[in-house]
Design a protein around this ligand. Structure first.
Ligand SMILES: [Fe+2]
Ligand SMILES: [Fe+2]
Length: 173
């Protein structure tokens, strides 16, 4: 299995989030503001990429996948709200840090659930070839939406995610 299999790429980005949240602790002022803004954008790109490429197939192919998808999308919206709440405070203030810690916690809990509960059912239901092709789409999606460009940041709707048609095959061949 190559490094471009979709769950390997999702996991790699989870590790980036863990590092990025920890790295905030050592920053202040403009650097802190810029690092948070970048992290916030990356969280949104990650969530939408999963809602377009991972969760629809989990819902459609895996036994119990629809409930897992509902949980995952619910978590994504919770993370969105937690991240938006950060923006309501002055960067570096006590209230700001409290909001960041909350966003970090809800995101950490969600990532753990994906890795522990959702990846195994997904990998059982979606074959290697398709997961590799989805990995290429995952990378292409990130190229298209750098800094969350073109993404609304609005809540995702479970029924829409479940009904999303994911194209088959590698987009680069
Ligand atoms: Fe997620
Ligand atoms: Fe994720």
């Amino acid at each position: 299995m190559s490094d471009f299999e979709i769950t390997a790429l999702v996991l790699a980005e989870h590790e980036v989030f863990r590092r990025d949240f920890a790295a905030l602790d050592d920053l202040s002022g403009q650097e802190l503001a810029a690092a948070w803004e970048e992290l916030h954008a990356k969280l949104e790109v990650h969530a939408v990429a999963e809602e377009e490429l991972f969760y629809p197939l989990l819902a459609q192919e895996a036994p119990g996948g629809e409930e897992e998808t509902a949980e995952g999308v619910h978590d994504h919206n919770e993370i969105r709200h937690a991240a938006t709440a950060v923006e309501q405070h002055e960067v570096g203030s006590d209230d700001w840090w409290e909001a960041v810690r909350n966003a970090r916690q809800v995101n950490a809990d969600h990532m753990a659930e994906e890795e522990t509960d959702f990846f195994p059912s997904f990998k059982e239901a979606v074959d290697d070839e398709q997961r590799e092709a989805l990995g290429m789409r995952w990378l292409a999606f990130h190229d298209e939406h750098e800094q969350a460009e073109g993404l609304s940041g609005e809540d995702a709707v479970v029924a829409e995610v479940v009904a999303t048609e994911v194209p088959e095959g590698d987009p680069t061949v």
